[in-house]
Design a protein around this ligand. Structure first.
Ligand SMILES: Nc1ncnc2c1ncn2[C@@H]1O[C@H](COP(=O)(O)OP(=O)(O)O)[C@@H](O)[C@H]1O
Ligand SMILES: [Mg+2]
Length: 321
């Protein structure tokens, strides 16, 4: 059990009352029972996830290029020559490490989201470091993906410090069960990563309306940098977003899944990445536990329902209002 869940609930039995899913229970009753080991590589690597999604016709940020081996780095110049905005990321990265976001060009320079300028040699070094495993788990050699830049839906503009916010949804047996929005802050250095100080906003499953927000596991009412009140925040395209998350079940065959989505201002909801061992802090952001929702789905008799039925079920049964 992560300590922070205890901190949130002063008494351990209040924790059980609230139906909080513990790390042990998640692993034992959900991850190992519903996620076949042989399927895990499908989501552990961002390149395979992207290929899988493209094959299934599930919307993702466009893959503009892949640099797989050191000798491919020679092609980088040609590849980037006609691109004015793009993102370079390690296929095996996590926690926002090694993600280079280029939002414009200034002559031969590349301009980062923060305004900082990089020369081609800097970008090339970033790619070389990525291939060398600087950002991958355990320092394993890696692959660099070049993908289209996501421009966040303007609804989030007042709620994020740089960085694109993402929406994490837990999908169990194809049913979306709980969701939260993650917003970058100064403390999180423009990354939507809760451990680094991003804000997690619990979302109502029926509407995408914000429920409560936490930073470093403590409730907050306003964004710490932009001072905007979270109560006015509601995620648009909600049903479409839930539908895409639900489809990730058929796409991967994984029964217990964390789906991360972004809302692009032109393309709408896109799948950013999938996680077969999604974290438990989503419960803190929502102020409620996962257990009863997961157990409700486990007792459903009706076999495999269609995507639209699963989405309707989630919107009807898991709403806070
Ligand atoms: N194509 C992109 N355009 C703009 N920002 C991006 C893009 N891809 C990732 N990001 C930013 O980087 C963060 C982490 O990206 P993600 O693909 O989820 O990698 P990680 O596994 O490191 O979490 C995202 O939440 C988003 O803020
Ligand atoms: Mg991520």
């Amino acid at each position: 059990m992560p300590v922070n869940l205890f901190k949130w609930f002063a008494r351990p039995h209040a924790l059980l009352d609230a139906g909080v899913l513990s790390m042990n229970r998640r692993n034992l009753c959900y991850v190992s029972r519903y996620n076949k080991r042989s399927l895990l590589p499908l989501v552990d690597d961002k390149l395979s996830t992207k290929r899988l999604a493209e094959k299934a016709g599930v919307a993702v940020p466009k893959l503009l290029g892949v640099i797989q081996y050191q000798h491919d780095v020679q092609q980088l110049h040609k590849l980037l020559d006609h691109l004015s905005e793009f993102v370079i990321k390690p296929a095996n990265g996590s926690g926002g490490k090694g993600i280079l976001v280029i939002t414009g060009r200034d002559g031969s320079d590349f301009v980062k989201g923060s305004g900082e300028k990089l020369g081609f040699a800097d970008v090339k070094r970033h790619v070389t470091n990525t291939l060398g495993g600087l950002y991958s788990l355990g320092g394993k050699t890696d692959v660099a993906l070049i993908e289209s830049l996501i421009r966040a839906d303007p609804v989030f503009e007042r709620y994020s410090h740089e960085g694109v916010p993402d929406i994490r949804t837990i999908v169990f047996k194809g049913y979306p069960v709980m969701a939260m929005l993650r917003l970058a802050t100064k403390a999180s250095d423009g990354k939507a990563n809760l451990h680094q100080g991003a804000v997690g906003v619990g979302l109502d499953m029926a509407s995408g309306q914000s429920l409560r927000a936490v930073q470093f596991d403590q409730p907050v009412t306003h964004h710490p940098d932009t001072m905007q009140d979270f109560s006015a925040l509601s995620v648009p395209h909600w049903k479409q977003l839930l539908t895409l998350t639900a489809r990730c079940y058929e796409m991967t065959g994984l029964g217990y899944l964390g789906v991360d989505m972004v809302l692009d201002q032109n393309e709408g909801p896109l799948i950013l990445e999938l996680n077969a061992r999604p974290g438990l802090a989503i419960q803190i952001a929502n102020g409620s536990g996962l257990r009863s929702r997961l157990e409700m789905i486990e007792t459903l008799k009706s076999g495999d329902n269609a995507v639209s039925e699963r989405v309707t079920y989630a919107m009807t049964h898991f709403s806070h209002f």
